[in-house]
Design a protein around this ligand. Sequence first.
Ligand code: DGL
Length: 273
Amino acid sequence: MQSDNHAEAPVLFFDSGVGGLSILAPARELLPRMPVIYAADRAGYPYGTKSEAEIAARVPALLGRLVERYRPRIAVIACNTASTIALAAVRAALDIPVVGTVPAIKPAALSSKTRVIGVLGTEATVRQPYVDRLAAEHGADCTILRHGSAALVALAEAKLRGQPLDPEVARTALLGLIEQPDGERMDSVVLACTHFPLVQQELEQAARTLGTRPLAFLHGGEGIARRIAYLNGDLPWPETPAPGIAVFTGSDPDIAELRSALKSYGLTQINAL
Ligand code: DGL
């Protein structure tokens, strides 16, 4: 699908699995004629339990292959784990604009009344110096609690496959924040993993069950959509975009279960890398 016609060049979204769909959705809403390649590194999933060295070795090389194959105009790393570890390396490796996804601590700090903010991400993301920097820069007067949950990532994958969901998973993830000192005063939860907006309803239900104070759940999807529009500048979009393509690394035995979810995001073709 190499294209020399720039109007046809797609935007590439990249994640370890289905999480990046939470970034794709607001981007499609803002830019309905945007051609889309959605790449999921199933062979490398999950990222959140991997080491920094593994992510740093894997992500720039994989994005390089994807860019060579699909010639996108912009690449979006729709994954907090990959962005907080490898964004600079990916930018250095590619000659197109790269948009990263980083925890929405800034908007949370702007709106939190109690000044206690939870950051719910993968285990790898919540320990990143990148998150320390965001916290120091934007939330210096806030208590910033962090918790990593691999089970919540798996819950989102299961939800998009239409599999039965265990409500205990969302409850345990929220408790991971609430049970920390000052946790009961938390009024904002940053969804610092792109899988988590896909299970926001389950998190809201868990908050009701636990009887927490009202929680605002924040993530960066809409800001990223605006960033894509800005970086695209005046380059035209096709009148009618080509059908969206989902690309998976490795072999996914339950890919058939994902077809209808992918279709609802405009991804009607499935390719292997
Ligand atoms: N969706 C990814 C993120 O935003 C990673 C999930 C995983 O593979 O552990 O961090």
